[in-house]
Write a protein that binds this ligand. Structure first.
Ligand SMILES: O=C(O)CCC(=O)C(=O)O
Length: 246
């Protein structure tokens, strides 16, 4: 039974052993292949700062069959019931991200809300988080330290100290500890769903390798963030028979 109430109040849903272990196997080599090529193409950015890649479904390093396998995984039976329960109305696939450890083991993580990178003013962000829904479905392929998040902040604004830390202001750093932080450790096979709008940070270590699928409200404000290249072509869509795509 899906715990909608818990998501509504806390902004996240942790489902241990959501996947049978063999269910992850077909897509794992695709992710690895993408990542190997990404490490070559983005060597400099990887060595200096990046902790994730994105847009696997538009990558030229994957074949048409591999892209289709990813779309089938995204649109398959796994996620549809959860999505229908968690979103209040219509929703769409946004994109994929792949998270890994920083090259520099001293590199610090950073508290953030994804919405802070959209160029909206603080006032607009405060208003938007009350209604907007952007969800991460995190699928770890390795046991990992997971995500630290502040429950409830998908719909409520930061305490003063949290905002100072998140924005790295008034003598605070984005990696400083926050009292209300809650760590969700993850194992391969688990699924963590969390709101991109809540205050959160990744916890590095153990050579993590996690696929995030992102889904958004089908709204005029969020549609422009969707890059149609990451969605199936109309021919591919016929094979998928899903309402997740443009
Ligand atoms: O895992 C991470 O390093 C950060 C994850 C994150 O911030 C996100 O998924 O938005």
């Amino acid at each position: 039974m899906i715990q909608l109430n818990s998501y509504t109040t806390e902004g996240y849903l942790y489902i241990p052993q959501f996947f049978q272990l063999e269910e992850l196997k077909p897509i794992e080599p695709i992710l690895t292949k993408f990542h190997q090529q990404w490490l070559i193409d983005y060597q400099e950015d990887y060595r200096t700062r990046l902790i994730n890649s994105h847009s696997l479904t538009s990558s030229t390093s994957l074949s048409e069959e591999e892209r289709m396998l990813l779309f089938q995984f995204i649109a398959g039976n796994h996620f549809q019931p959860l999505l229908s329960t968690l979103f209040p109305a219509k929703f769409l696939f946004l994109n994929t991200q792949l998270f890994f450890d920083p090259f520099n083991t001293e590199q610090k993580n950073y508290w953030h809300r994804d919405i802070q990178y959209t160029g909206m003013s603080i006032e607009e962000q405060q208003k938007s988080i009350l209604t907007q829904n952007v969800l991460h479905f995190r699928i770890p392929f390795q046991d990992e330290e997971g995500i630290e998040l502040i429950p409830g902040t998908h719909r409520s604004w930061d305490l003063e100290e949290e905002q100072d830390v998140r924005l790295g202001q008034n003598g605070k750093k984005p990696s400083d500890a926050l009292v209300r932080g809650k760590q969700i450790k993850l194992k391969r096979g688990d699924l963590l769903i969390f709101s991109a709008n809540m205050i959160h940070r990744g916890l590095y270590g153990n050579n993590r390798f996690s696929l995030d699928l992102l889904f958004v409200d089908d709204s005029p404000i969020l549609r422009p963030f969707i890059d149609s290249k990451n969605h199936p072509t109309s021919k591919e869509k016929k094979q998928l028979n899903s309402t997740l795509f443009l």
